[in-house]
Design a binder for this molecule. Structure first.
Ligand code: MSP
Length: 633
């Protein structure tokens, strides 16, 4: 990977049904880190992100809010873009699937596949998950109904549809997966291989039951169909480079993509459908598809109803975007699920960043000024500390091949931190204050020089993760981070002599959580759905007979007409508020499908609705007289 001339990488394009959250930020931050690293090495890099705006899910989300899909997509897409701009995400293009050039590109691809004979018309009948925008085979359903990926109920759809001959590409996809090993981490590859080996069915690639999507190419002349949103979305990786437009020079320059970063939930679309589409139009397949895990919060899945979704902006506002980036990349092994807790974030800032990195810098600033007026020299490092230096060089030698290009960012950072430990340990071992006392000034100066050079290595290699912080460190150490410096460090060239700058601590200790505790907008525990409500049958009834239950202070025995063949006996606790004779001939509201129960030995077959406060109890009655048995809705 290190020897490639161009590097094209992508994030998934984000659905605009909802605002950005920590999961989106995670994918984008990983991609941004890789893009920055690639550029720092001097590789011509193209980094794509954007929004996925078509499909049933967006159409429904917009309608719920009383907006047109386009209005809604404009609003949410802008939120993603604003957030990435605020986070200084270094994307080269932000694509929207509602962009005209994209739409044209999708139509071109569809037509190519159609002409090739890979598309045919039929009917789709089966389950569909709107949340995942995915067709679910009966064998994959959970409890005969639920989506295996998100657990939500699927819908049964039956509609005319064009199909893509996915089955035709089964062997070629398998071969590619097995020979080229494009999936990262490799441990995830098996599940995809198994999925393909189980047999690929042809894929429905158009929908007719809604309108919000790319229309079929006019040559096919079938206006009631729109392109399946996943086909539409996947092609963004090509249309963003101009595929289907007059100028395809970027396609020539950057395709195939070196890396698609995705969440594990959408790996199948990228590792099975996407390569098949590409084979169909005769394009090379992407080099790597890296699938990361999911973030939970304090051990729980994030969801709007639980009110525990993390807003990345709030985290960044409280702790700083770069600290947040470091945390995300360091905290979880790529591919595994990760848990966000404020405590874990604070620990990382105070320990890794504050103690290990920040303090090391402060220690040499302090020593340099105490002993040498701030002067730092690399002159005698090799003479006194060759071992330390070569240990550190050994770490950076293959750190990118082993970890970075494999997305093992946590390992990558762990390795860099070993360089900091070499520095911290060297101070404790060689005790510069004693060296100074013993008149070994050269050795003390060389020690400060060693630490400065170790910090320079770390700053350069950490630059892609924490661009501003590391630039500040570099400035303190009298250099700039750029490709030239990157190469110099790798060639073993040490820093020129310089005067170290005094700066305030980079990572002030965080004593207590800084994020505002959002009011948890939890739904009340007792919330019911409309369907649950409709399970309760309420009817207007007329009291035909009423008498006291002798031995009870509270109960009256009523015979109520609910418009059925016989009267219902209802035992009601209203004796203290109503006389039997007052009730006869009046109307009441009755819960009519309550399971009959015995009260004081008498059967009660319903319940009256009433309201009770300090001033007593009143029965709830229709405002105007209604036919007995009228349902209350
Ligand atoms: N629109 C599709 C992608 C099309 S790409 C051609 C989509 N969008 S999404 O907005 O639902 O998800 C985008 C990414 O966010 C996915 O990679 C998904 O895995 C990731 N995440 C969504 N929630 C997440 C977490 N809680 N944690 C980590 N990432 C998660 O899918």
């Amino acid at each position: 990977m290190s020897d490639c001339k161009t590097y094209y990488l992508t994030t998934p394009i984000y659905y605009v049904n909802d605002v950005p959250h920590i999961g989106h930020a995670y994918t984008t931050i990983i991609a941004d880190t890789i893009a920055r690293y690639s550029r720092l090495k001097g590789i011509d890099t193209f980094f794509l992100t954007g929004t996925d705006e078509h499909g049933q899910k967006i159409e429904e989300a917009a309608r719920k809010r009383g907006k047109t899909p386009k209005e809604y997509a404009d609003e949410i897409s802008a939120k993603f873009k604003e957030l990435w701009d605020e986070f200084e995400i270094s994307y080269d293009k932000f694509i929207r699937t509602t962009d005209l050039e994209h739409i044209k590109g999708v139509q071109k691809a569809f037509l190519e596949m159609y002409k090739k004979g890979d598309i045919y018309k039929d009917y789709y009948e089966g389950h569909y998950c709107v949340s995942c925008e995915s067709f679910v085979a009966p064998s994959q359903l959970v409890n005969d109904e639920l989506c295996p990926d998100c657990g939500k109920p699927t819908r049964i759809i039956k509609e005319e549809s064009y199909f893509f001959k996915l089955s035709k590409y089964q062997d070629a996809i398998l071969k590619w997966l097995k020979e080229k090993k494009p999936i990262l981490p490799e441990s995830r590859a098996n599940e995809v291989i198994r999925f393909v080996e189980e047999g690929l069915k042809d894929l429905s690639i158009t929908r007719t039951s809604f309108e919000w999507g790319v229309k079929l190419p006019k040559e096919i002349n079938d206006p009631k169909h729109v392109v399946y949103v996943w086909l539409d979305a996947l092609f963004n990786y090509l249309t963003a480079l101009g595929y289907g437009s007059e100028d395809e020079s970027l396609v020539k320059k950057y395709w195939p993509a070196k890396l698609h970063i995705v969440g594990k939930d959408i790996l199948k679309f990228h590792a099975v459908y996407w390569p098949a589409f590409l084979m169909s139009i005769g394009y090379e397949l992407p080099k790597k598809i890296a699938a990361h895990g999911w973030w939970t919060r304090d051990g729980e899945k994030m969801s709007k109803s639980k009110g525990n979704v993390i807003n990345p902006k709030e985290v960044a506002d409280a702790y700083g975007i770069e600290n947040f980036r470091y945390f995300m990349l360091r905290e979880v092994p790529f591919g595994a699920d990760g848990d966000f807790s404020e405590k874990a974030l604070i620990d990382r800032i105070n320990n890794d960043l504050g103690n290990d990195l920040g303090n090391l810098l402060n220690r040499i600033i302090g020593m340099a000024y105490k002993y040498f007026d701030g002067k730092v020299s690399s002159r005698d490092i090799e003479k006194y500390y060759a071992n330390e230096l070569s240990e550190a060089r050994e770490i950076i030698k293959d750190i990118e091949e082993k970890y970075l290009w494999k997305m093992q960012t946590h390992k990558y950072l762990e390795e860099l931190w070993k360089i900091l430990s070499i520095g911290n340990k060297a101070i404790d071992t060689y005790k510069p204050w004693e060296l100074m006392k013993n008149g070994e000034e050269d050795k003390a100066m060389a020690l400060i020089g060693l630490i400065a050079n170790l910090l320079a290595m770390v700053a350069v290699y950490l630059h892609a993760v924490m661009p501003k912080t590391t630039s500040t460190i570099a400035d303190t150490l009298g250099f700039e981070i750029n490709t030239e410096r990157f190469n110099a460090i790798n060639e073993g060239i040490l820093l020129n002599d310089f005067v170290i700058k005094k700066i305030p601590p980079l990572f002030p200790k965080i004593e207590k959580p800084l994020m505002k505790k959002e009011e948890v907008k939890k739904e009340p525990e007792n919330i019911i759905t409309i369907d649950e409500f409709f399970k309760v049958e309420l009817k207007v009834g007329e009291v035909i007979e009423a008498e006291e239950v002798k031995k009870s202070k509270k109960l009256l025995k009523l015979q109520v007409d609910l418009g059925e063949e016989r009267l219902r006996q209802i035992i009601a606790g209203i004796k203290e508020y109503y006389k039997p004779e007052e009730l006869v001939g009046t109307q009441v509201c009755v819960v009519s499908n309550l399971k009959p129960a015995k009260l004081m030995g008498m059967m009660s077959e319903g319940m009256l609705l009433a309201a009770k406060d300090d001033s007593g109890l009143s029965l709830i009655r229709p405002e105007k007289k209604k036919k007995t048995g009228t349902p209350i809705k």
